[in-house]
Design a protein around this ligand. Sequence first.
Ligand SMILES: Cc1cc2nc3c(=O)[nH]c(=O)nc-3n(C[C@H](O)[C@H](O)[C@H](O)COP(=O)(O)OP(=O)(O)OC[C@H]3O[C@@H](n4cnc5c(N)ncnc54)[C@H](O)[C@@H]3O)c2cc1C
Length: 380
Amino acid sequence: MSITDTDAIVIGGGLHGTSTAMHLALKGMRPIVIEKNSVGRHASGVNAGGVRQLLRDPAEIPLSMAAMDRWLDLESLLGRYAAMCEFVGHIGQVAVAETEADMRKLEARAAEIRALGWNHEELVDRQELRRLLPAVADHCIGGLVSRRDGQATPYLTSQAFRLRAIELGVRFVEGVRVTGLEHGTRWRVLTTDSIFTSEILINCGGAWAWQTASLVGETLPRGYFAATMMVTGRMPSFVDPVVIGTGRQLSFKQTSTGTVVIGGGILGIADLTKETADPVAERMRVSAETCSILFPIMRRATIVRAWAGLEARMPDQIPVIGPSQTAPNMWHAFGFSGHGFQLSTIVGSLLADLIVDGRSPLPLDAFRPSRFSEAISGVG
Ligand SMILES: Cc1cc2nc3c(=O)[nH]c(=O)nc-3n(C[C@H](O)[C@H](O)[C@H](O)COP(=O)(O)OP(=O)(O)OC[C@H]3O[C@@H](n4cnc5c(N)ncnc54)[C@H](O)[C@@H]3O)c2cc1C
């Protein structure tokens, strides 16, 4: 069996693995990304493409703001591949209030965010809501907007990251699964194809990342789910911002071609072993109805396709980013819990800083892998 030696191995060719490798390469390393399927095959390539600062967990806000700065300047990150992402910023994401109870909820959220010193989430009244969303249903009374937010095309974004990483010297090994990990003086990574050795190992395995952690005796949450999506045929242009439900589960956006992409956390059937995620028609029906209630024009829409993707979910809905608790020179970045696409422009960069320079310019303590074992043992 052949042995390939390098300085850093990244397990997982989703956006976070690719971005981490890209940023390590920018720091002079020669990373190899090992991906069991193909780059962007799972959550990173099939998600809703929402680039959202709105309604983030407070711990994620500094990262999300920095990520948005990078989305708005993609050329610095991706060079000639930036346009591939089809990113549109400054269209805003709007959480719509249908009832007084929804409005109270959004007011409380806005106050919470302001008290933390942030001002990117802005309450809007009925009139401003209609200016932002002229086609919204009459009963909607207001909302919360984050004006810098936008959308991009996930599969193309994954490929743009891959091409930029290759340009910087990253090597991708696709169709190869990591099956075993050994650590002597260096990492020895056993795969279905050959053996790789390196000093540094990074686990960006998405919904399967806990399995990789368990190869070094580390127990991390095994949560995962199938998030489902639908897309309509072309519609006349009627909505620019991305729309989120407040009292109902919905995320909703119209692309430049006129198709409407509908998501919002409706669950499908997830099978981690078969690596499949299937939508459930009845649940999608509820989602389609919600669209028509919020946007009556959607009664004319035809659903042309539905799909689902496997995504890791942590008990506290925020990712794991940081060093392994059981193994030296091993790092984790996974568990993005349904909102890691937007963070993909920043997390790999912070992780590369942490690995090479020993410190991250943004706070990562809330994401430390050890928080789950601390909770079990009652520490912290
Ligand atoms: C339907 C859907 C809609 C979403 N919508 C949004 C949205 O609008 N906005 C947003 O911000 N986020 C959204 N997300 C979340 C976002 O897509 C994810 O958080 C993000 O893509 C996670 O990236 P990742 O690199 O961690 O994981 P992944 O993209 O899943 O990549 C992990 C990779 O690791 C590989 N791997 C695992 N184990 C091994 C192994 N042993 N050997 C080799 N390879 C391995 C897998 O094959 C996989 O390709 C959505 C997710 C889904 C599923």
